[in-house]
Write a new protein. Sequence first.
Length: 284
Amino acid sequence: MKDCTEDNLQGVTSHRFEPNFNDMRFFEYHFLFLKGSYETTNIMKKKFTLFIMLLTIGSWNLHAQQNQFSFGIKAGANLSDAIQETNYVNAGKPTAKVGYQIGATAEYSPRGTFYLSSGLSVSNKGAIFKGAERWIGGSNPPVTSWKKTTNQIYLQLPVAAGYNIHLCEQTSIKLNAGLYFAYGIGGKEIVKTKTTPSEAMKDEKFVYDTFDENNNESYSPYNLDRKDYGATFGIGFRCKKFTIGLDYELGLLNIYKVDKTELSTSAGTYKNRNLALTVGYVLK
């Protein structure tokens, strides 16, 4: 058995690693190691910074896109009449009729200055026609005066392009122009007659559906087409979420559909005209 004394262990060589600072390879190895760690950390920082920037820009874009759309409601009054051309003698002269409109609005403003607007509303238009007829025969024949009120109720869709004139941060003047498309969903035509002297004929009243074929060939020898379209021009004012608008609608379609009188060999012309004053509130 070997004697493991201190004297016997003196011959065993120790293999501990002792750096040789005089060897340049030692410093090269450590320099490359530190350089690689620094570059890796720097790349990670750049990627993280780029990720934060993209996330911020994406949030801004999403917020901006959400702010580009706005929706609201509006209601107001119509002052409408019609351009009518017929060949029969008792057409009468049109005068303005007061109506109403109520609906929802939508607006897309990608740049804050230019915008596109639309919406859907129920709009009551029409006209009032007045006329008189003198009876034939006698030295002092009776005269029958009549008044016809045409009510046209439409479901209307406008499409317009506009320009905002910003007065301050939350106040602007709005100018717009475009087209409207409408479809008649109802309405009555009311005809009232009054004869002087009253002994000759009692007063009468006739009620018909505006968009259906009428039966009174004397005072309403036509019916109106349900479809209509035309040009629209408007000016408005917005302060915060409240709006006021003044719009003029110029009907381009002849909605005169049937001419049943024998006094005319060609159909007449009936085109809507409307001036609307509305107030509104922007919900979003």
